[in-house]
Design a protein around this ligand. Structure first.
Ligand code: UDP
Length: 333
């Protein structure tokens, strides 16, 4: 007996597809809206034969499709977005349109039909605030809007403000989740994310490209833990109207991460420091540190991560090795 019908925008993406699997497993009906720009239909392989999955290939910019799908569902999880620093730096206009206009269309439809909506935001909204751990009310510290990276942060902040304004002024049952670096199986290396990239480099015995001096730190959460947090928040009445960090508090420098990956893959690769401007173009600014305060999430739903970085690396390495075998088998002899 299905519990409810949940629309997942971006449901063929990395996080979305794991969420879809988990929702189907607990008995929900799921409708996925994805334009397959960065999402992949293969991410839904496991879910594709499930009778309670309905997949629609389309864009969140298509108001008619969004209207119809939101109408058919009782809850919306809005994950569709242009993500990944590389993609945003390379296609700023498209990214901004998707992230601002797309979210506005989805939020407006949720309001029209009074649907509960979870909006995925990002730790990028904190900008260069490198104090840690960052609680939800920490200041945003941003560079010039002319620097594309901060445009992404601003777009996501606009989404948050819009959701909050609809909640306060129009009683929309919305919640905002700020995701810190989420990793795990199905995350593509194509959009610049560090773990899938470095793991593939190590598996191919290529140098691992660490940007800057590698002293910048991040905290990596396993996608399965993150999905459990999203579902916990969807079921939590107290989360309505709130903004909540989701991420792991375990901090590691990117240089240490690179060597951990070399060790985990038993690779002969070396680590190569690459200047930021070579990687992302002139004027790029990185965050030196980004650590979530997850006290609020823990108090709300009793969540803390169950998987370590070693667990994450083990799975990512296994996936990369399997891909590598498939790739070499397809090469002409
Ligand atoms: N990074 C790196 N080498 C890569 C890709 C990324 O050193 O091949 C760095 C990047 O500059 C950043 C960190 O790894 O400091 C995390 O990057 P990612 O794009 O995964 O996430 P975000 O910057 O959004 O935290």
């Amino acid at each position: 007996m299905p519990r409810g019908t949940i629309l997942v925008t971006g449901g063929a993406g990395f996080i979305g597809s794991h969420l879809v699997d988990a929702l189907l497993a607990r008995g929900d009906r799921v409708v996925v809206l994805d334009n397959l720009s960065t999402g992949r239909i293969a991410n839904l392989d496991q879910a594709s034969t499930h009778p309670d999955l309905h997949f629609v290939q389309g864009s969140v910019l298509d108001e008619l499709v969004v209207d119809e799908l939101v109408h058919r569902c009782d809850t919306v999880v809005h994950l569709a977005a242009a993500v990944g620093v590389k993609l945003i730096v390379e296609q700023p206009l498209k990214s901004l349109t998707t992230n601002i206009r797309g979210s506005e269309i989805v939020i407006e439809a949720a309001h029209r039909y009074r649907r509960k909506i979870l909006i995925a935001s990002t730790s990028e909204v904190y900008g260069k605030n490198s104090r840690g751990p960052l609680s939800e009310d920490a200041d945003r510290i941003l560079g010039s809007p002319a620097v594309v990276r901060w445009a992404y942060s601003t777009a996501k902040a606009v989404d948050e403000i819009l959701a909050n304004a609809y909640h306060r002024e129009r009683s929309l049952p919305s919640m905002v989740v700020r995701l810190f670096n989420v990793v795990g199986p199905r995350q593509s290396p194509a959009y610049g994310m560090v773990i899938p990239r470095l793991v593939r480099q190590a598996v191919r015995e290529q140098p691992l490209t660490v940007y800057g001096d590698g002293s910048q730190t991040r905290c990596f959460a396993h996608v399965t833990d993150v999905v459990a947090a999203l579902i916990g928040l969807l079921d939590c009445e107290a989360a309505i109207g709130e903004t909540v960090n989701v991420g792991s508090p375990a901090e590691i420098s990117i240089l240490d991460l690179a060597w951990r990956i070399v060790k985990a893959t038993q690779s002969t690769s070396d680590v190569r420091l690459v200047p930021y401007e070579t990687a992302y173009g002139a004027g790029f600014e990185d965050m030196t540190r980004r650590v979530p305060d997850i006290g609020k999430l823990n108090r709300m739903i009793g969540w803390s991560p169950t998987r370590t970085l070693d667990d994450i690396l083990r799975e990512t390495v296994a996936e990369a090795r399997a891909e590598e075998v498939a790739r070499t088998q397809m090469l002409p002899a």
